[in-house]
Write a protein that binds this ligand. Structure first.
Ligand SMILES: Cc1cc2nc3c(=O)[nH]c(=O)nc-3n(C[C@H](O)[C@H](O)[C@H](O)COP(=O)(O)O)c2cc1C
Length: 200
C-alpha cells in the first residue's frame, strides 16, 4: 500500500483559492472603485495561461471610471442592432446602458485568431478561457468578485469594434470585477467523481 505523503502547504493555498473563486453578478457587487494594481495582477496572471504555439491570443481592454459611459453606449447600440422589431424592449436597452456603473472595472475578453497556420480557432479560444480563469483566481485571492458575461449584446460585433477588435479576431464577452456587496457565495458543484472514468 502506498503511504500518504504530507501535502505541500502550497497545494492547500491553491485549492482554497480555486474553491473560493466565484462568479458574482453585477447586482451583487459594490460599484465603489478598486485599486488598479489588483487589475494589473489579474492581467499578469492571465498572461501565464497555457498557449499552443505561444501565440498568446488573449487581448484585453480595461474600462473604469468615466470611460464606462462610452462602453454602456456601445452595449445599448449593440442591443439595438441585435434585437429589432418585436424583440426590442426599451427597459432592456436602458439596462444595457446603465449596467456598466454596477461594477467598477470591465475587461473585454478578446481572442486573436489566425496568427499560426496550424492552430485552430478553438485552441485560441481555449487559451483565452485559461487566461480568464487565471485572472479570476487572482481576483478571488484579493477578495474580489468577477463575472464572465457573454450575452449577445456584449459580444456583438459592434461591441467588438468598439473595444478595438477587427475580424477575424473575436470578442468573447467581458469580465467585470468589483468587491462583493453580499456574503461570499458558496460553490455549487456535483462531485467530480461523477464526471470521471478510471481505467487501469
Ligand atoms: C465562457 C463563460 C461564459 C459565461 N457567460 C455567462 C453569462 O453570459 N451569463 C451568466 O449568467 N453566467 C455566465 N457565466 C458564468 C457562470 O454562470 C458561472 O461560472 C456559474 O454559474 C458557476 O459559478 P461560479 O463561477 O461561481 O463557480 C459564464 C462562464 C463562462 C466560463
Amino acid at each position: 500500500m502506498i503511504e500518504d505523503t504530507a501535502l505541500p502547504a502550497e497545494l492547500e493555498m491553491l485549492m482554497d483559492v480555486i474553491r473560493r473563486r466565484r462568479s458574482i453578478s453585477q447586482d451583487q457587487l459594490s460599484p465603489e472603485p478598486i485599486p488598479m494594481e489588483y487589475i494589473r495582477w489579474m492581467l499578469e496572471a492571465a498572461n501565464y495561461a497555457p498557449t499552443h504555439g505561444l501565440t498568446e491570443p488573449w487581448r484585453f481592454t480595461v474600462f473604469s471610471g468615466e470611460e464606462r459611459r462610452a462602453l454602456g453606449e456601445a452595449f445599448a447600440q449593440s442591443y439595438r442592432l441585435a434585437f429589432t422589431g418585436e424583440a426590442f424592449q426599451e427597459s432592456a436597452w436602458i439596462a444595457q446602458k446603465e449596467r456598466v456603473w454596477k461594477a467598477p472595472v470591465w475587461i473585454s475578453i478578446g481572442v486573436r485568431v489566425g496568427t499560426h497556420p496550424k492552430i485552430p480557432e478553438w485552441e485560441e479560444i481555449a487559451a483565452v478561457a485559461c487566461a480568464v480563469q487565471n485572472a479570476h483566481l487572482v481576483a478571488a485571492s484579493l477578495g474580489l468578485g468577477a463575472f464572465w458575461t457573454s450575452g449577445l449584446p456584449v459580444r456583438h460585433e459592434n461591441t467588438a469594434r468598439f473595444v478595438g477588435l477587427e475580424p477575424p479576431d473575436k470578442l468573447l464577452g467581458f469580465l467585470y470585477v468589483g468587491r462583493p456587496a453580499i456574503p461570499w457565495p458558496k460553490a455549487r458543484r456535483r462531485p467530480w467523481e461523477e464526471k470521471v472514468v478510471w481505467r487501469g
